[in-house]
Every structure is written in C-alpha cells, then in structure tokens.
Design a binder for this molecule. Structure first.
Ligand code: B4P
Length: 190
C-alpha cells in the first residue's frame, strides 16, 4: 500500500491535486472536507453538527472525523493505498491515523506539504466561493479564521511527521500542472 498525507493550509491545492493524483496512481481519495460536505447535503445528524463548525471556519471535533476515517479505511482495506486530504488536522487525529493504519499492517509513506503564500490562499478561496457556493469560501473573515486555525492547530503536524522523516515540502505556487509535476517527481522517489 502507498499512503500519502497531502498537507497544506486552506486553498493550498490539496483537493485539486488529490483529484489528479488518484487518477495517476490508482489510490483512494479520502477528503474529510468532502465527506463532511456530503453529510451536510444529506442533512444527516453528523452533517447538521459539522455545519455549525465549518461555517465559522473552525475544526469539526476530532472524534467525529476520526470515526469517519475509520469507517472509510475498513471499507477500502484492499486498495492500493490512500491519499489523505485535509486529514489529519490535529495531533490527536495524526495519532489515531497511525494506530488505524498499524491495525491494517501499513503506514504513512510521506507527508507532502504544499507551500503557498497567504495572499494567494485568500485569492483562490474567494474565487472558488464565487462559483461553488461554499459558505466557508465566501467570507474573508471565515477564510482568515481557517488560516489562523491551520497555523495554531494543524501546522504543528509538520514537526510530527519531520520527526518520523516523512515531511516533504512542495512549492504550491504557480499553475496546477506545475504543482502536480513537482508532487509526481517526489512520489516517484518513494
Ligand atoms: P477542506 O474541504 O479540507 O477544504 P480546504 O482546506 O479549503 O482545501 P481544499 O482542498 O478544498 O481546496 P484547494 O486548496 O484544493 O476543509 C473545509 C472545512 O471542513 C474545514 O475548515 C473544517 O471545518 C472541516 N474539516 C475538514 N477536515 C477536517 C478535519 N480533519 N478535522 C476537523 N475539521 C475538518 O482549492 C482551493 C481553490 O484553489 C480551488 O478553487 C482550486 O481550483 C484553486 N486552486 C488550487 N490550486 C491552484 C493553483 N495552482 N492555481 C490557482 N488556483 C488553484
């Protein structure tokens, strides 16, 4: 199995690049953001709860997202591997992921961290907000809060994966194809 964590602040290109990478490498895409949005669309109990956090740009509680990932991993345990997009986002989630993968006798091969400047992140998210209707992309205050939450709670995971020699920084500025080529070059060395 090849398991990758695609990492970066909101708007860095995680979802965009995941779509291209799963096609090339035949991996399963696990995006906690996408799963949560489909729960919101289905008006499930989980979705109704998650929406209150997402609309403010806050993280959904760990136990909710960990439970979702656990379910998806057991459902797809014979796959070639996974791209984790937007997960883990806290130390608790990273610990839980390592444990779940260990139970499947596998592990994270690398954390690929997209580096994008603050102004560019805000620009990309506001542009998507105009077309997608995503409530968390339409409001500058919510976007700034998501970036702040990333710096406070999520970016410490760089140290977590560095200590395991799994952290790889990738320049995420430039076009979608340029970033994709940089990611593929790195993945092909794993
Ligand atoms: P996510 O769905 O993960 O959303 P995101 O961080 O905004 O990134 P995304 O991957 O969608 O966007 P991308 O950069 O590809 O999270 C949303 C919310 O869900 C969180 O705030 C949180 O509340 C909750 N949540 C999710 N996971 C959670 C977890 N594990 N724990 C707790 N809560 C969780 O793309 C952005 C835009 O940029 C797109 O329009 C794209 O086309 C464009 N773009 C991408 N690359 C570009 C490039 N190179 N040039 C120009 N534009 C580009």
């Amino acid at each position: 199995m090849l398991n990758l964590v695609l990492f970066g602040p909101p708007g860095a290109g995680k979802g965009t690049q995941s779509d291209k990478l799963i096609e090339k490498y035949g991996l399963i895409h696990l995006s906690t953001g996408d799963i949560l949005r489909s729960e919101i669309a289905a008006k499930s109990e989980l979705g109704i709860k998650a929406k209150t956090f997402m609309d403010k740009g806050e993280l959904v509680p760990d136990e909710v997202v960990i439970g979702m990932i656990k379910y998806k991993l057991t459902e797809n345990n014979h796959s070639k591997g996974f791209i984790f997009d937007g997960f883990p986002r806290t130390k608790e989630q990273a610990d839980a992921l390592d444990k779940l993968l260990d139970e499947l006798d596998t592990y994270i091969a690398a954390m690929l961290a997209l580096k994008v400047e603050h102004e560019e992140l805000v620009k990309r998210l506001l542009k998507r907000g105009k077309n997608s209707g995503r409530p968390d992309d339409r409001n500058t205050e919510v976007i700034e809060n998501r970036i702040k939450v990333y710096h406070n709670l999520t970016s410490p995971l760089i140290k977590y994966y560095s200590e395991q020699n799994k952290y790889q920084a990738i320049d995420g500025m430039g076009t979608i194809d340029e970033t994709f080529n940089r990611l593929c070059q790195k993945i092909d060395t794993l």
